[in-house]
Ligand binder design. Structure first.
Ligand code: FAD
Length: 525
């Protein structure tokens, strides 16, 4: 079979096809029409259109296959009886994700045992829960004057609905009870409310979950200058004279390597593999891999007290292929006074195990998940090896991670808070909130973080361009510099939009150079 051809040169090379890589492709398609864009993704395309959320695949077997194909070189999802979350003592692994096989914990440290990634077109965005809260108080970077407008645009790209389950039979009850408990003393913007979700309800009532397909949008799919390359791993960013000038792509279909020149390179390859690619490319600013930040998480479940039993509420959600809506998803926002993010959702939508063998009465059991802001430290980091390689031939990662005294204090306060929430709602199932192993949040941040100035504590500036390497941009939750406790995707996509606009401005300011680069060639493997 003939080798696939890769373009010798493009205007913008994007590494990674999750929501953040897709956001760059979308904004560039909108703002710099004619600019050539190549999106490289190490994993396979699961769906047509590419990047669909797998929960939209109605056939369960097809969905399991799609999840398995997202799990890299050591897949685990095999059967309908997939066992994620059944044994809380084991490393948690979610369908559609694969764990870092080793190096996740060093002797004497806490480590991040459940550190996971997804390797497929759409990234984790083909598997996520779609919660899209806005950051507040200390969760917000304080040096971005246009953050709110960027968040508005991120909601547009992700297709966020403010209250998609507004008519759920128990949603009012849940919110009223939580509001009575938590709202006194809070600013309006930080009161209990429905969780905004990247979900819309189709005319026939079915739910459609946003994946990278929604972020790419028709604007990207109809753009003849934009191309997606699945099973195409970027192994190196080419840097010459302090500028990114292209990438080396490894075709995982036939093992061949190709050089693709580019005027701009965007690395949106998740919080582990973005710093890995920079390291492999010799781009090693002092903050690279540091301030690694996984939100400590605890969960609890409660049976709603004194609720009317409507016919919808009696519907048994177990075995449904889509989320059911009995109690919607409610949000207890983070505040500086209470630095945790609470989400309360009907169990089928929640990454929470049903406690013990208590069989919930349909619709009346809700899961509570409380995420904490981490006490950030430079010593929490992913380190890479100059000689040893991982399964994908890239510098092998090693995690250093320790919870601090302040983290333990925050955790104790979160435990009180989740107990208060449970008591307000009904009768807790189980005595104690359950602490999930580190990494279960799937919200890793900080490893290529953004800063206002180049003082050694950040990797990129306010437009996401890497300090000291012109034309190299980083994207993803790894760019978020704050101890964010809420689900980070809306924020990372907002920051990506800012970076993509910057590239679009630079491309359109110098249109003569668009597509005028010369000279890539296939390099021998
Ligand atoms: P990813 O989606 O991880 O995409 C990165 C892509 O880069 C991957 O496809 C990867 O294969 C590719 N890649 C890596 N290295 C290379 C390389 N060298 N060459 C080419 N390609 C490469 N977030 C929320 O905000 N709300 C939620 O409710 C939520 N729930 C979640 C539930 C689950 C089960 C999971 C798994 C995640 C959840 N998340 C949630 C997290 C959310 O999915 C991520 O924040 C989001 O996907 C990050 O987008 P990204 O584009 O930065 O990275």
């Amino acid at each position: 079979e003939m080798s696939r051809s890769f373009p010798p040169a493009v205007d913008v090379a994007i590494v990674g096809s999750g929501p953040n890589g897709a956001a760059y492709a979308r904004v560039l398609s909108e703002r710099a029409p004619g600019a050539t864009i190549a999106v490289f993704e190490v994993g396979p395309a699961l769906t047509d259109p590419p990047g669909l959320h797998v929960k939209n695949i109605a056939d369960l077997d097809e969905r399991l296959v799609a999840q398995r194909r997202s799990e890299g070189l050591r897949p685990h999802t095999a059967t309908k009886e997939e066992a994620a979350y059944t044994d809380p003592t084991k490393r948690v692994v979610r369908a559609g994700t694969h764990l870092l096989p080793d190096g996740f914990q060093q002797p004497g440290e806490d480590g991040i045992p459940a550190l996971a990634m997804s390797s497929n077109v759409g990234g984790m965005g083909a598997h996520w829960t779609c919660a899209c809260p806005r950051p507040g108080d200390a969760e917000r970077p304080d040096f971005l004057p246009d953050l709110d407008e960027l968040l508005d645009d991120a909601e547009r790209l992700l297709g966020v609905s403010r209250d998609p389950f507004g008519s759920a039979p128990y949603s009012d009850v849940v919110r009223e009870r939580l509001g009575a408990e938590f709202d006194p003393g809070r600013r309006a913007e930080r009161r209990v409310r429905s969780m905004p979700l990247a979900v819309h309800v189709r005319d026939d009532g079915a739910l459609v979950w946003s994946g990278a397909d929604v972020v790419f949008g028709e604007e990207t799919r109809a753009n003849p200058a934009a191309t997606l390359f699945p099973e195409a791993q970027v192994r190196r960013v080419l840097v010459e004279d302090g500028r990114a000038v292209g990438v080396v792509v490894h075709d995982r279909r036939d093992g061949s390597d190709h050089e693709v020149r580019a005027r701009f390179v965007v690395v949106a390859a998740d919080a582990l593999r973005t710093p890995q690619l920079l390291f492999a490319s010799g781009v090693r600013p002092p903050a690279l891999g540091r301030y690694l930040n996984d939100q400590p998480q605890m969960v609890f479940a409660v049976r709603l007290r004194d609720v009317a039993r409507t016919p919808e509420a009696e519907h048994d959600p177990r075995g449904d292929t889509a989320i059911v809506q009995q109690s919607g998803v409610s949000w207890v926002p983070y505040t500086d006074e209470d630095p945790f993010h609470g989400q309360v959702m009907q169990l089928d939508a929640s990454p929470v195990p049903i406690v013990g063998d208590d069989v919930p009465a349909p619709g009346t059991v809700v899961g509570l998940g409380w995420f904490c802001g981490k006490d950030l430290q430079a010593s929490d980091r992913v380190e890479f090896d100059d000689t040893a390689t991982d399964d994908y031939g890239m510098p092998k990662p090693r995690i250093h991670y320790t919870l601090t005294g302040q983290d333990r204090e925050t955790f104790a306060r979160a435990r009180d808070s989740i107990r208060r929430a449970a008591a307000a709602l009904g009768d807790p199932l189980g005595d104690e909130p359950f602490v999930l192993p580190s990494g279960a949040s799937l919200h890793y941040q900080g490893t290529t973080r953004m800063g206002a100035v180049d003082d050694g504590t950040s990797v990129c500036g306010p437009t996401s361009e890497v300090w000291g390497v012109a034309g190299l941009y980083v994207a993803g939750n790894n760019v978020i510099p704050t101890p964010m406790a809420c689900n980070p995707t809306l924020t990372s996509v907002a920051l990506a939009i800012g970076g993509a606009r910057d590239i679009a401005d630079r491309l359109t300011a110098d249109p003569s150079a668009v597509s005028a680069e010369s000279g890539g060639h296939a390099v021998p493997a």
